[in-house]
Design a protein around this ligand. Structure first.
Ligand SMILES: *Cc1c(COP(=O)(O)O)cnc(C)c1O
Length: 390
């Protein structure tokens, strides 16, 4: 009998169809079964290897550095903004969902000037409107873009945004939290970008990392308002001593190195992206066969997470659907739209298209158990989607 390439999680352990924390390989979990001294040469070598591998994975050489930071992704976004935006700088934030709005809120709390292009729940910010906003306001020094806006699952057109920013001599900061490692970023010119351990590299939560030009890191000295979230200070300390400034999540780092090893063995960014794309295609086709409709048109669907409208049928109650899916071994994700009811299904993590077929089968059984005869969304939802540019 041939072994499934992606073994089922332990009995009773559901698949996480969520954008991180996500389902990890058992080897990643097993890598955490030993303790490391944070000051020891072995752990310093692990940190060094992690940073080198991430710079390479991002497609860069010696002119870029990777600086890991303790905490969840939002801590690292805050660290990036606080470190690279000078206190007298001004940021144009491009928002089309919760994470863009969180970046703006972060700037507000730390007292940095910003202006917001808010496209609502999911409309993509486009290069031409970014160009117009930059032309209209010479005070803007930086643009903050979200690569995959995980709240709707839209893959934002960061390449065209990058062109607009570059041609106007401003600096781009990218939240590539849920895209880095699965989506190629070459051709996107950023001063700094941020991602975290528990998304497309398939590690466990506990730290994130900033990848930036050395020259930008150099220039960022003294900018930060915060002691512990200062990326420049973390970087100089790592260059000097090989150590994180404060207690690193040692077990998480060990797990992440195993996750990087698995990522490389799979074939790197291209192969990871191809598996997720296949996951999405199989899952979306199956769900559409059941009558579900996606929020986004195909062009904007990321291979990360997909938003579906809740069916109009009054027998469909999301919390019941959620519980039934969970009883069949799948944790799905509630929606985050303000206008219409929705839910999300993530396709990242240690799973392949065979798992996706089981997800669709489970959804079909759940509809039957709920007595839902049609998964079609309400007319209002389709009207909403019709607003989305082609
Ligand atoms: C996951 C994620 C974050 C970080 O969220 P945390 O809950 O703080 O880890 C930030 N931006 C995007 C786009 C994300 O997907």
């Amino acid at each position: 009998m041939t072994q499934a390439p992606f073994p089922t999680p332990k009995l009773g352990e559901p698949y996480l169809l969520t954008p991180g924390p996500l389902t990890t390989d058992s080897r990643v979990k097993e890598a955490m079964l030993r303790d490391w001294g944070s000051w020891d040469a072995d752990f310093r070598a692990m940190t060094r290897s992690l940073c080198d591998q991430l710079v390479t994975l991002a497609g860069h050489g010696d002119d870029f550095a990777c600086v890991p930071m303790q905490g969840s992704g939002s801590y690292c976004v805050e660290a990036m903004l606080g470190t690279f935006v000078p206190r007298n700088g001004k940021v144009l934030v491009l928002a089309n969902g919760a994470y863009g709005l969180r970046a703006a809120e972060t700037l507000r709390v730390m007292g940095r000037a910003y202006t917001l292009i808010d496209k609502g729940d999911y409309m993509p910010p486009r290069g031409d409107e970014v160009a117009a906003a930059l032309d209209a306001d010479p005070a803007i020094t930086h643009v903050m873009a979200i690569h995959c806006e995980t709240s709707s699952g839209i893959l934002n057109p960061v390449a065209e945004i990058s062109d607009a920013v570059r041609s106007r001599g401003r600096k781009l900061l990218v939240d590539s939290m849920s895209a880095f490692g699965a989506i190629d970023m070459t051709g996107i010119h950023y001063a700094a970008m941020v991602s975290s351990a528990n998304k497309c590299i398939e590690g466990v939560p506990g730290f994130g990392f900033v990848i930036a030009r050395n020259s930008e890191l150099d220039a960022a000295k003294g900018n930060c308002h915060s002691l512990s979230l200062d990326v420049h200070a973390q970087w100089t300390n790592m260059v000097k001593s090989g150590q994180w400034r404060y207690t690193p999540p040692t077990h998480v780092v060990a797990a992440f190195l195993e996750a990087l090893h698995i990522h490389a063995a799979e074939g790197g960014v291209a192969a990871r992206g191809a598996r997720y794309t296949r996951n999405r295609d199989v899952m979306v086709a199956g769900m559409r066969d059941l009558g579900f409709e996606t929020l986004l048109k195909d062009r904007w669907l990321s291979p990360i997470i997909v938003t579906f409208f809740c069916p109009a049928d009054p027998h469909f109650v999301f919390t019941k659907f959620y519980d039934l899916m969970k009883s069949k071994g799948f944790i799905i994700y509630p929606g985050k739209l303000t206008v219409v009811d929705s839910f999300r299904i993530g396709v990242i993590g240690r799973m392949d298209e065979h798992v996706m077929r089981r997800v669709v089968q489970a959804a079909k059984e759940c509809l039957a158990e709920l007595g839902v005869t049609s998964a079609a969304p309400p007319a209002q939802a389709l009207a909403e989607r019709a607003k989305l540019a082609a």
